[in-house]
Design a protein around this ligand. Sequence first.
Ligand code: FES
Length: 263
Amino acid sequence: MLQTTATLIARTTSGPAQELTLHAPELARALAPGQAVLVKTGWGLEPYLRRTFYPVAIDDETWALRVPPGGDWGHAWLRAAPLGTQVDCLGPVGVGFLVPLGVRNVLCVGVGEPAWTLMPAVAQTEARGLSVALALEARTPRELIPTQRLPAAVEYHAITADGRRIEGQWAELLSGAASGSRPGLLGWADVVVAAAPLTFYGHLAAAVRAVRYEISRGFTQVLYPTSFLCGTGACHACVADVAGGRRRVCLRGPVFDLADVVT
Ligand code: FES
């Protein structure tokens, strides 16, 4: 884990959120998709607690975080920080997504705000020449990841409520049409990576069982979306019921096998 000073070099508006690009070559090169960074959102000793961010872009010299709308004062400090601000960062935290060698088809599944954390995984797997499908759910079309943010070769499937039941749309997309006329993405994928609220993982597990009859280890990796205080295993603030017991997510996760997150 590195403690490093990053320089805020760009700010863009992305729907209701802001995206900040931070120049920190050493940290950027150490980051894997799905790992977290703890950012000190203030000058001096305040605020004492850092804010947790999962990068939405990673390259050789920079990484980007997304500041969601809301009233958090640490986020407000970041929204107002001028370009050139030096930002204290601690990371990478934990274990990220790992797409093993030999895989050809990668399915990325995201819901809501956590879905943005899949962006580095999408970019890196596509850059390896793998086939990537991205299936996303958002409340409204405006909250979806815009297609122009994705590599052209990515197969994009977007789900919003738009009068149809979300569960039915997911079932058809993942498991295939009930008529059998169209196969589902779970039958196509060699590996699945997912970032969503915890409640969604139960539905994902049911879909995996329906298609593959069991949740085999190594097939589905999921991001356990949580915030960290220390990020080093010292404070126990991130303890959760995962992987068969009470575990520190900052050490064992935040990316887990689906079998460790659902029972
Ligand atoms: S954040 Fe402190 S133990 Fe995990």
